[in-house]
Design a binder for this molecule. Structure first.
Ligand code: NDP
Length: 304
C-alpha cells in the first residue's frame, strides 16, 4: 500500500526549493469501534476510497469493550478524529455520548456513524439509507406506494423499516420471532411515520402474501459461518413480481436469495447496502463524492 505521506512525497531534484515549503504530516483519522471487531471489513473499502482520492486519511479498526465506550468517545474528541463507525454492541449505547442525533437516527434509536462538526459529535444512521440507495440504484425499485415484508426486528430491520417508511412505502409487515421487539417496531412505524405497519409473530413457516412488492431478510440467518441456514419461509410464496432482498453481506449470495431466484423474483444482496452505507459515511466525513465503484470492488475482493 502506498499512502500520500505529505504534499512533498514526490519531491524531485528539479523542485528542491519546495523542501522549505510548509509540510503536513498529520493524517485525518476515522475508524470503527466494536467488540468483536477484528473481522469487520469496512477498513478495506474506506482505505481503498482514501487512496483512490489521494487523501491522507486513515481508517482504524479499534477493539472497544462495552465498559470502555465512554472513554473511547472522549478519546475520539481528544484526538480530533473526524468521525467513527459504531458496530456491535455500541450502536445504541453511543447515543448518550453525542451532542446531536439526526432525526432518522433518533427514530431508529441507533447510530452507526458519528461525524464531528467543530466541537460537536453528531450521530447518524447510514444502514437504512445504504439499503434504500441499493434498492433504488442496484435493483431500480422505488419503494413509494409499495408493500414490504421485513423479516426481523433488530438493528438492521429497524433502520430499513424506518427508511422505507420515510421513502413512502405504504404498508410494512414486521415478521419476528420475539413478539416484543416486533410489536415495538410496528408501533414505531405507525406512530411516527405515514406508513401503516403490522406485526406477525414468526413461530412457524411464514408465507409471504401475494400482493407483497418487497421482501427483506433483515435477520442474521445465513451469515458466515451458518451459510446453509435459510429463513423459515414458504418458498413457494415468493413470486416473480417480488423484489427479494438480503442484508447478509458475507456471503452475499445467500440460500434465501437462491430460493427467490428459482421462483423468478428479482433479488438484491447485502453487499450493495454495505457499500452504500460506507459511501454515505465517506461523504459525511470528507465532504467529497465517494468512489462507489472502487469501494464495491474492494469489498468484492473480500467476499466473492
Ligand atoms: P440484531 O441482533 O439486532 O437482530 C437480529 C434479528 O435476527 C432479530 O430480529 C432476531 O430475532 C433475528 N434472528 C436471529 N436468528 C434468528 C433465527 N434463528 N430465527 C428467527 N429470527 C432470528 O442484529 P442486526 O439487526 O444488527 O443485524 C442483522 C444482520 O444484518 C446481521 O447479519 C448483520 O451482518 C446484517 N447487517 C448488514 C448490513 C449491511 O450493510 N449489509 C448492515 C447492518 C447489519 P429476535 O428478535 O427474535 O431475536
Amino acid at each position: 500500500m502506498r499512502y500520500p505521506l505529505c504534499d512533498k512525497y514526490t519531491l524531485t531534484k528539479q523542485n528542491k526549493e519546495n523542501r522549505y515549503m510548509k509540510s503536513n504530516y498529520k493524517a485525518e483519522l476515522v475508524g470503527v469501534f466494536g467488540h468483536p471487531v477484528a473481522e469487520n471489513p469496512t477498513v478495506v473499502m474506506q482505505e481503498a476510497a482514501f487512496q483512490h482520492m489521494g487523501l491522507n486519511w486513515r481508517y482504524l479498526t479499534i477493539e472497544v469493550y462495552p465498559e470502555d465506550l465512554e472513554n473511547a468517545m472522549k478519546g475520539l474528541r481528544a484526538m480530533n478524529m473526524r468521525g467513527i463507525n459504531l458496530t456491535i454492541p455500541h450502536k445504541v449505547d453511543v447515543l448518550k455520548y453525542l451532542d446531536r442525533i439526526s432525526p432518522d437516527a433518533a427514530l431508529i434509536g441507533a447510530v452507526n456513524t458519528v461525524r464531528s462538526e467543530g466541537n460537536l459529535l453528531i450521530g447518524e444512521n447510514t444502514d437504512g439509507k445504504g439499503f434504500l440507495r441499493s434498492l433504488k440504484e442496484d435493483a431500480q425499485i422505488d419503494p413509494a406506494g409499495k408493500k414490504a415484508v421485513i423479516l426481523g426486528a433488530g438493528g438492521a430491520a429497524r433502520a430499513i423499516s424506518v427508511e422505507l417508511a420515510i421513502a413512502g412505502a405504504k404498508e410494512i409487515t414486521i415478521v419476528n420471532r420475539t413478539a416484543a421487539r416486533g410489536t415495538e417496531l410496528a408501533d414505531l412505524i405507525n406512530s411516527k411515520t405515514e406508513a401503516t405497519a403490522a406485526f406477525t409473530e414468526w413461530n412457524s413457516r411464514y408465507a409471504v402474501s401475494a400482493d407483497t412488492d418487497i421482501v427483506v431478510n433483515a435477520t442474521s440467518i445465513g451469515l458466515f459461518p451458518d451459510i446453509d441456514s435459510k429463513p423459515d419461509i414458504d418458498n413457494q410464496s415468493l413470486t416473480r413480481e417480488m423484489t427479494v432482498c438480503d442484508v447478509i453481506p458475507n456471503p452475499p449470495h445467500t440460500g434465501f436469495l437462491r430460493e427467490a431466484e428459482l421462483r423468478g423474483a428479482k433479488t438484491l444482496d447485502g453487499l450493495g447496502m454495505l457499500v452504500y452505507q460506507g459511501a454515505i459515511g465517506f461523504k459525511m466525513w470528507t465532504g467529497m463524492e465517494p468512489p462507489v465503484d472502487v469501494m464495491r470492488r474492494a469489498l468484492e475482493a473480500v467476499f466473492l
